[in-house]
Design a protein around this ligand. Structure first.
Ligand code: FPP
Length: 254
């Protein structure tokens, strides 16, 4: 079988430096399948996946991407076997502790989106520490979606708008796209320009449903642990060849 990740082309050279996507979101998928193919336990795949997170974060920072949002743990992932959930939480804590110096070195600012209250206390604490340590960095914003789902986020936003309405802080007729966006967990960020999903699955899986309205979608058969810098550059080159019309005609754009 051909490996979809064996790339000979030099995509980095083809990137137009003045049209780097401001915000790239990634559904990192295929860790389990990658491990299974090697006859290993699923956690080996997740551990290898962390190496890919490291590589892609450094590549994004070097290119001048402003926001990189990674779907690390969905609301639905709580339904996985307890041993896998526990091992993933330990991996997250260890990774954050180990990677904080690399984030500092690369001027990366960490933040999270999702229902962090469901995470074990030490996991929450490690993330809070790293968020505070990197808060003054001015380069790439690395956003980790943890215990996140878009439907959860939309429900939170709706509740908060309804309660602001009840308190008389906003009027019904004031509710528009901008207001709804400001109640999302991503309020301070631009919408993703590009969404990448690895492993050949062609789904959004409850990720950033509101924010992805006009994002360009890029799917690759490559599994996350084998997703390389070159694959990342290839996705960006592909994005740069798209025509983003936002509902307008091609003639209006040119
Ligand atoms: C999807 O693969 C991957 C996950 C649910 C976890 C991803 C988490 C990491 C790579 C660690 C992230 C670490 C940081 C610090 C962001 P899967 O298990 O669904 O694979 P499968 O579909 O092949 O079973």
């Amino acid at each position: 079988m051909n490996n979809p990740c064996d790339l000979n082309m030099n995509f980095k050279e083809q990137i137009q430096k003045n049209r780097i996507p401001r915000h790239i979101a990634i559904i990192m998928d295929g860790n389990g399948r990658w491990a299974k193919r090697q006859g290993l336990a699923r956690m080996y795949g997740h551990r290898q996946g962390v190496e890919t997170v490291h590589t892609i974060t450094e590549a994004a920072a070097a290119l001048g991407v402003e926001y990189l949002t990674l779907y690390a743990f969905s609301t639905e992932n709580w339904n996985r076997p307890k041993e896998e959930v526990d091992a993933l939480m330990t991996l997250l804590v260890d990774t954050i502790a180990k990677e904080t110096p690399t984030l500092m070195k690369n001027n990366v600012r960490l933040s999270t989106i999702g229902d962090l209250s469901r995470l074990p206390e030490n996991t929450q604490r490690k993330f809070k520490d790293c968020i505070s340590e990197t808060s003054q960095n001015t380069g790439l914003n690395l956003v980790i979606a943890l215990s996140y789902s878009a439907r959860w986020e939309i429900i939170q936003a709706t509740r908060n708008i309804a309660s602001a309405l009840q308190r008389g802080e906003i009027l019904l007729e004031d509710i528009n796209e901008e207001v709804l966006s400001s109640y999302m967990t991503t309020a301070q960020m631009p919408d993703p320009d590009l969404l990448i999903r690895t492993s050949g699955e062609l789904r959004i899986s409850n990720f950033l449903l509101w924010q992805l309205a006009y994002s360009e979608l890029y799917f690759t058969d490559c599994l996350w642990p084998e997703f390389t810098e070159e694959e990342f550059y290839r996705a960006i080159v592909d994005y740069q060849h798209r025509e983003r019309r936002f509902g307008k005609t091609s003639e209006q754009i040119h």
